[in-house]
Design a protein around this ligand. Structure first.
Ligand SMILES: [Zn+2]
Length: 340
């Protein structure tokens, strides 16, 4: 996680700081003429050199640690580091940006990243009574949590797409159902992504890449297989609508399949142009947004309640009227008029 031990790095940091500020100290102690541009250039140069050395050291450390891990752990961690799925760990977790996670979400995401057991997970699924593990949590449709988490992911993508593209629609019906055939629903429709005049359709799937059934395959072949299945399901319907179809396949640790990556890059380019910002910073922003949506969706499936709660009161409307009367609220105006 690149959290450094200050005891180990203090001396080196101090030396860097001394070198980087030498022009300033010299000017203060001798009264020599101070050139701000020369100073800033020197400072940036020293910082860059230090960062390069630090990155190299971290890389070497990381490779060394990898060799000591058991094969399953190494497989997971290598997939994540190669798959560029660590953005969420480098952002400032501001609530204002919706970049904050709850402690449980954070711990679960870290546990999955390092193949550690998820703490305090219930043993039995409260929705269907089967044994609860990551795989079951991801797949058990009882209680609607899969749908809810899934919706959060497509909402984030649709929300970003809406900033730059026309015709964004969530859950477009690609084919109406009939007596003989069920209808077909995608997650998102967007106009003008790949072709100015054509609509494109998208469907999301989150896969546990460490599930027993995928344990002998690497992530790219698992993801390719899932993408092919989506194409088989949606391609014809998309063509009938003169559009195209792109599957958005991701692992539950946020590694995107190549088609999802291509879409994400296209989205980043369009957003960077519209917001007039460097492509690299928008890429980081979009990556973090998508990764956090996936972490939240997975967490919901792991920790959310699948059991329906039934109220003993069956008339909700008269209950609301009683509550309003008890609170003396008029016209639904609950804001207190004085400070207490
Ligand atoms: Zn279940």
């Amino acid at each position: 996680m690149a959290i450094e031990n200050p005891v180990q790095v203090a001396e080196e940091r101090y030396n860097t700081s001394q070198r980087a500020t030498s022009i300033l100290t010299e000017s203060i102690s001798t009264g020599a003429r101070f050139n701000i541009h020369e100073y800033t250039n020197h400072l940036v140069q020293e910082q860059t050199t230090e960062k390069k050395a630090r990155d190299l050291r971290n890389k070497e450390n990381s490779e060394e640690i990898m060799t000591t891990l058991n094969p399953e752990m190494r497989r997971t961690l290598q997939r994540i580091t190669n798959g560029n799925a660590s953005q969420w760990l480098t952002i400032i977790p501001l609530t204002a940006d919706n970049f904050d996670l709850t402690p449980t979400q954070f711990r679960d995401a870290l546990s999955m990243r390092y193949s550690k057991p998820l703490l305090g997970l219930r043993g039995i699924c409260d929705g269907c009574g089967m044994e609860m593990d990551l795989n079951h949590a991801l797949n058990c449709k009882t209680g609607g949590l899969v749908k809810q988490g899934h919706d959060q992911i497509h909402d984030i993508i649709a929300g970003l797409a809406r900033q730059v593209y026309r015709g964004v629609m969530v859950e477009p019906i690609m084919r109406e159902g009939s007596a003989t055939e069920p209808g077909l629903l995608a997650d998102i429709r967007i106009h003008g992504v790949w072709d100015r005049e054509r609509a494109s359709f998208y469907d999301v799937r989150v896969i546990n890449a460490d599930a027993a059934s995928y344990s002998t395959r690497d992530w790219s072949s698992t993801a390719n297989e899932a993408a092919k299945a989506k194409h088989r399901k949606y391609d014809t319907a998309a063509e009938d609508l003169h559009g195209s179809f792109t599957p958005l396949i991701t692992s539950c640790d946020g590694i995107l399949h190549t088609e999802f990556q291509t879409f994400s890059k296209k989205l980043v380019t369009s957003l960077a142009e519209k917001w007039d910002k460097p492509r690299s910073s928008i890429a980081g922003f979009v990556r973090a947004k998508i990764q956090l949506a996936i972490i939240r969706a997975v967490s919901l499936r792991l920790r959310g309640c699948r059991k329906m709660t039934r109220s003993a009161i069956d008339d909700t409307n008269s209950q609301i009227i009683r509550e309003e009367a008890a609170l003396c609220l008029e016209d639904g105006a609950p804001i207190p008029t004085q400070d207490y």
